[in-house]
Design a protein around this ligand. Structure first.
Ligand code: PDD
Length: 277
């Protein structure tokens, strides 16, 4: 497998990483996960736009323009002869330098990207997933796709230890998002989700979900809902590049409606599949 690094394209085994690396020591960096279907990137532009927004937010200079990033990732797919369903993982950090909290001065960013096979989660997309609510203990800038994922890691782990697929994060009872997804509630024919403030990651699939809702003539309301609203929901679903648009059929001890994926969620899934194909 070929990896894109700051020194160009290298074989995965040749990519070494210094131990004094700001991504490792401070989580001082950002990342993207881009979905691939049959080797082709989905929502490429949206992901690259967000990468640049995250970089600007942490004052990180990326060593390429948006257009160059697009070309480099396209070349990465080509060199790997990628034809399967998978992802691109891309990470950029504030470089390698002796450890000191403040920016290290004139040090170039460390960037790498690689491809990985990842089949679609067909079974859960069909039957739906379960989730567990947990307190959102993250910081105020969750719109930055930062490498600091410890709260997300701990939340996901706790969810999985309780037999759940996702952790639904709440602050003062208000649902922000999932540990690695955006969360939506359907009630009386309208879709509700937390507004795209600094408290959530502005998901690329979320942008699409809003468009699909528009295509269906359904209200897409950026208004937060609460944990207490969940048991009375008509439908619940989550979205992310790796999970697509996935029905959520159980949250904590509450089954959502009849415990089957809802009809609106299934319509959105259909539009997603058409769009991604
Ligand atoms: N995570 N919210 C959080 C906290 C996320 O980590 C993600 C994605 C999303 C959905 O964003 P998008 O639709 O652009 O994938 C929302 C990726 C998949 C990850 O960390 O693996």
């Amino acid at each position: 497998p070929i990896t894109l690094s700051q020194t160009g394209f290298v074989h995965r085994d040749e990519l070494t990483y210094p131990f004094e690396e700001r991504g490792l020591q401070f989580g001082d960096g950002i990342y993207e996960v881009i979905r691939l279907y049959e080797g082709t990137g989905y929502l490429f532009t949206e992901h690259i736009d967000r990468l640049f927004r995250s970089a600007a937010a942490i004052r990180l200079d990326l060593p390429f323009s948006k257009e160059q990033a697009m070309n480099l990732l396209t070349e990465l797919l080509k060199r790997n002869e990628m034809t399967s369903d998978g992802i691109i993982y891309l990470q950029a950090t504030r470089g390698s330098a002796p450890r000191t909290h403040a920016f290290p001065g004139d040090v170039p960013a460390n960037v790498y990207a690689y491809v990985q096979d990842m089949p679609r989660k067909t079974e859960k997309l069909t039957t739906g997933a379960s989730a567990m609510t947990q307190r959102d203990t993250r910081w105020e800038n969750c719109y930055i796709k930062s490498l600091n994922l410890l709260p997300n890691v701990l939340a996901k782990q706790a969810a999985q230890e309780n037999g759940c697929y996702e952790a639904i994060l709440q602050k003062d009872g208000i649902v922000t998002e999932g540990s690695s997804s955006n969360i939506y509630l359907v009630k009386n024919g309208a879709i509700y989700t937390h507004p795209a403030t600094k408290s959530i990651l502005h998901g690329c699939v979320r942008i699409r979900a809003e468009k699909f809702a528009g295509d269906l003539g359904m209200p897409f309301i950026e208004k937060a809902f609460t944990v207490d609203d969940i048991p009375d929901a008509d439908e619940l679903f989550l979205s992310s590049s790796t999970s697509e648009i996935m029905p959520v059929i159980k949250v904590d001890s509450s089954q959502i409606a009849d415990g089957k994926p809802g009809s609106i969620t299934r319509k959105l899934q259909y539009l997603y599949e058409q769009d991604a194909a």
